[in-house]
Design a protein around this ligand. Sequence first.
Ligand SMILES: [Zn+2]
Length: 147
Amino acid sequence: MDEFIKLLDRNLDYISHEIIDNTIYIEVISNRESVSCKYCSTPSTKVHSHYNRSFQDLPIQGKKVEIILKNRKMFCLNPNCEKKTFAETFDFLSYKAKKTNRLENQIVNISINVSSLAAEQILRNSIVNVGKSTICNLLKKRNTNYK
Ligand SMILES: [Zn+2]
């Protein structure tokens, strides 16, 4: 399972997983030694706390995937920085997103040539539980000529 997680991001380590019905829940944690403050770019190795951040990713073996990241909140070590702490971020996941970028790409690729209702059905079958409005928002965000 660690290899699957490394395909998403080399900075993630697999902790455990559980299969419930049609979904695999995978717990992961960052393995970066230091994280740069997103406000002042100073590297930090001092962990403030962990909190769970969950999001959906591409299916594995026909099962939907929900990843639970033990996300780290770090102390900023720069005394002149306006922030005392900051959350670790990753390239595969946008700010506050509930789906990985690669999953969003797949939703757009599937939805682009069919009606949003048909797309919802195809996606719900084996890829991700997603509603029509989310599909439409993603298509709009990608600036496609979707009607
Ligand atoms: Zn800082």
